[in-house]
Design a protein around this ligand. Structure first.
Ligand code: CTP
Ligand code: MG
Length: 232
């Protein structure tokens, strides 16, 4: 890695939050006096490693322009897409003229507001000399069952199973190429899966369990609890 290698953040924030079942997309729900996405973005900005943060926003989104953070000098607004991968690709394209292929991009869900500076730094320190890059992940504490309908077919070997979190950190050029090659493929639910389809093997870096994704209504209270416990 040369000294000129830069870091960029990409935040997909164009989802509707169907499972949350609220009156607005979950990234705009209030959590500890701010919208969820404000926590996420201010935490990324305060890490002080990113040249800019490109945020993919749905074109029909009336909430985003109302937030102060949308006008932050390091925040770029890109158009969201149909699937998460489309939103990420659009955000990557928005920094095409600024980023070089060797630069690192950290893709982080808007719906993960509890991300900490320690997790961001640990991911970067673990992967900055890696060829491919990788993701924050958590091992599973529960025994995992392979199920058909309601019938258990077997028990999975837990030591081989990890849960993918974000940020996911890859080089600009290879990430953009992998997402473009996989466009329209429903199996691409995170960035790592697009790189895997290219025959590459991203690394896992053990993340903190408080980096939850707000998905269902009960997750808001849990995120608030974690934030109250966090001092770093
Ligand atoms: N996302 C996006 N563009 C999409 C779909 C999702 O940018 N077309 C973003 C979401 O805003 C979120 C992240 O990707 O920050 C993770 O997606 P998920 O948790 O699935 O959010 P939603 O798709 O909004 O929620 P749901 O699946 O319950 O509708
Ligand atoms: Mg979704």
């Amino acid at each position: 890695m040369t000294d000129s290698t830069k870091f960029w953040a990409v935040v997909p924030a164009a989802g509707v939050g169907k499972r949350m079942n609220a009156d607005r997309p979950k990234q705009y729900l209030e959590l500890a006096d701010k919208a969820v996405i404000e926590h996420t973005l201010y935490r990324l900005l305060s890490a002080k490693v990113f040249e800019a943060v490109s945020v993919a926003i749905s074109i029909e989104d009336p909430y985003w322009p109302e937030l102060e953070v949308s006008k932050h000098p390091k925040v770029i607004t890109a158009a969201g897409g149909k699937e998460r991968a489309d939103s990420v690709l659009s955000a990557l394209k928005s920094i095409r003229a600024l980023a070089s292929d060797e630069d690192w991009v950290l893709v982080h869900d808007a719906a993960r507001p509890c991300i900490t500076a320690t997790d961001i730094q640990f991911l970067i320190d673990s992967l900055r000399n890696d060829e491919v890059g990788g993701i924050l992940a958590l091992s599973s504490h529960d025994t995992l069952k392979d199920v058909d309908g309601k019938n258990i077919l077997g028990t999975l070997d837990r030591s081989h199973i990890w849960r993918a979190l974000t940020p996911q950190m890859f080089r600009y050029g290879s990430l953009k190429h992998a997402l473009e090659s996989a466009e329209g493929n429903p199996a691409i639910t995170d960035e790592a899966s697009a790189l895997e389809l290219q025959g590459l093997q991203p690394k896992i870096v053990e993340g903190r369990p408080d980096n939850i994704k707000i998905t269902r209504p009960e997750d808001l209270a849990l995120a608030q609890f974690y934030m109250e416990q966090q001092h770093d």
